[in-house]
Design a protein around this ligand. Structure first.
Ligand SMILES: *Cc1c(COP(=O)(O)O)cnc(C)c1O
Length: 376
């Protein structure tokens, strides 16, 4: 049976990306690899609107986050950690392992981060040198306005702003240089529409300056070792890179950079949300402006969410379930990839079938979703 993958990572990759990944291997110490790497850097620079380069680790998103924690923090660092879910908690946990002292700012999962709350925490902790944020909290489908948060925090002695953008880059604008963010971490298998295996990290000039003044107690994730090779005229890596994934990422970056891609993602999210609501589900994120363009989380008020998810999987549609306190209580559907009307109607039609006894409560979901889709 054909399976329709709708998990928020990994996401389905296009035929072009799969074919690129299957190209014959090349050595990683030579002109061909440097040219491939340099091309990827140019495309990433365009996507993030950044002048500096992006470090690429063979790692998952958690590895990319760990590289930030071990390079920016230690027992001498006070960190403000803002969390609105499982991934915000993870970034905090990784950072705490460096010995840093942490000030927790917790936002109810399912709700977005209010810039004023962060500004207050920064003002109250002038000795904190690092602030941790999550751009898109994948466990709840909350999208935080990092640009608004950074503008709201006091600019004097501003802490270094490190952002988990693992599930946002490629799906929604993320312009760290423009926004005054000092580091972002991401991974290949979500908005970047590439198979899993690459962890990416970008640093601002202020970020690099801070890192260069610290001793990193980690060999593999030491960012200064990466920087040396990254900034050579013909860039390469200190250790063996997964060359095939570089080919895949290079091809995927062309898809993401097509005109109107971000608008298309949020349009698909809004149409899907309208249909899900009309089917009788409840969307976890109540405030529309905090709803993620990449992933939508919802549940059935009857409490039968996990049974509905099971029926859905039996039909061949594979979303993810809840995490943390929402384990067994949520369905999370991703739309990072090229989801348009055919995929939306497939998802909604399958959800209708999976509703079982609750089908009678479903409204005119196709019409409602299509109205939103058509309205753009
Ligand atoms: C997926 C995800 C991670 C972890 O990434 P892995 O690649 O699974 O290590 C971290 N943060 C966010 C927001 C994510 O969505």
């Amino acid at each position: 049976m054909k399976k329709y993958l709708m998990t928020p990572g990994p996401v389905p990759v296009s035929t072009e990306v799969s074919l690129a990944e299957a190209r014959p291997l090349i050595g990683h110490r030579g002109a061909d690899f440097s040219a491939l790497f340099a091309g990827i850097e140019t495309k990433l620079g365009r996507l993030l609107k950044t002048s500096g380069k992006t470090v690429i680790f063979p790692a998952s998103g958690t590895g990319a986050l760990e590289s930030l924690s071990v390079n920016f923090t230690g027992p001498d660092t006070k960190v403000i950690s803002v969390s609105c879910g499982v991934f915000g908690d993870r970034f905090r946990e990784i950072t705490a392992l460096t010995g840093a002292s942490i000030v927790n700012v917790d936002v109810t999962p399912g709700e977005g981060v209010n810039p004023g709350v962060v500004a207050e925490a920064v003002a109250k902790n002038p000795d904190a040198s690092v602030l941790l944020l999550t751009q898109n909290e994948t466990s709840t489908g909350v999208f935080n306005r990092v640009d608004e948060i950074v503008s709201a925090i006091p600019q004097k002695n501003r802490p270094l702003v490190l952002v988990d953008s693992v599930s946002s880059i490629g799906t929604m604008p993320c312009y760290p240089e423009e926004w005054g963010v000092d580091a972002v971490a991401t991974a290949s298998q979500k908005g970047l529409l590439t198979p899993p295996g690459l962890g990416l990290v970008w640093l601002s000039e202020r970020g690099w300056d801070a890192v260069s003044k610290r001793k990193c107690n980690n060999y593999y994730f030491d960012l200064m070792r990466q920087k040396k090779d990254l900034y050579k005229e013909a860039p390469d890596n200190p250790y063996t890179p997964p060359v095939s994934l570089y080919y895949a990422l290079d091809a995927a970056l062309d898809e993401i950079s097509s005109d109107g891609w971000f608008e298309l993602r949020s349009r698909a999210a809004r149409a899907l949300a309208a249909g899900i609501d009309s089917l009788g589900f409840e969307l976890l994120v109540k405030e529309e402006k905090f709803r993620s363009p990449g992933v939508t989380a919802f549940f059935h008020p009857s409490g039968d969410t996990s049974a509905i998810a099971k029926s859905l999987k039996a039909l061949g549609v594979e979303p993810a379930g809840g995490q943390g306190k929402f384990k067994g209580k949520l369905i999370r559907m991703s739309h990072y990839h090229d989801v348009r009307w055919p995929e939306i109607s497939l998802a909604l039609g399958s959800l209708y079938a999976a509703l079982g006894d609750h089908r009678a409560r479903a409204g005119d979901f196709v019409r409602r979703a299509f109205e939103v889709w058509e309205a753009k």
